[in-house]
Write a protein of this length. Structure first.
Length: 193
């Protein structure tokens, strides 16, 4: 008996990924963590299109990478509303790491229905404070420009490899070359009088 559903005959590992405002696309969801200097610290691939549920795995990947070079854990984690996952956020904050994730999407006016009280209201309060707002705005100038550089300046809009392992390697290579380019531009700027 034939399996039900659709099967991609060129890449069995990929899935249909949906992004708000974009048509569905067969592929992967590329996850990236950067520091305050836009240096990529961790790069992973998932087949789930919403970012929900990927906050803790990306923090763990970052911790592994930082510990491998004998650096400490991140002190603050900033993520967009798609990463809101209360249980994962509680695990991360339990390790002494500050987590700022808005409980409401950027286009939403007001609280999500049923998302009130407890951690939801506490996070809204922190993000509404001048300190919390200023800290969270750092996300705009750290991760967003990196994806802009990769997608538009370097014109990397799709993966060339097939299979999850190969795509993960390709994504990590893209992140590594991003870091090399950052270093190159930094050295050029430092040597210019």
């Amino acid at each position: 008996m034939a399996p039900s559903g659709l099967v991609n005959v060129t890449d069995h590992d990929s899935r249909v990924v949906r992004t708000q405002g974009q048509p569905p696309l067969q592929g992967y969801n590329a996850q990236l963590v950067v520091n305050d200097r836009q240096i990529a610290l961790a790069a992973e691939i998932t087949t789930d299109s919403p970012d929900f549920g990927h906050l803790e795995p990306m923090v763990r990947a970052t911790q592994r990478e930082l510990r491998a070079i004998e650096l400490g854990d991140p002190e603050i984690v900033l993520a967009d509303a798609g990463y809101w996952h209360q249980r994962q956020m509680e695990h991360i904050t339990g390790q002494g790491i500050t987590v700022l994730v808005p409980p409401d999407g950027g286009l939403r006016k007001g609280a999500r229905p049923g998302w009130t009280g407890g951690l939801y209201d506490a996070m809204r309060e922190v993000l509404a404070s001048p300190e919390g707002h200023a800290l969270y705005r750092q996300r705009q100038i750290t991760i967003e420009p990196v994806f802009g550089q990769i997608k538009f300046n370097r014109a990397i809009k799709r993966f060339q490899r097939r299979g999850r392992t190969a795509v993960r390697s390709e994504w990590r290579l893209i992140a590594a070359t991003h870091n090399i380019l950052k270093l190159h531009h930094h050295r050029l700027a430092a040597s210019t009088p």
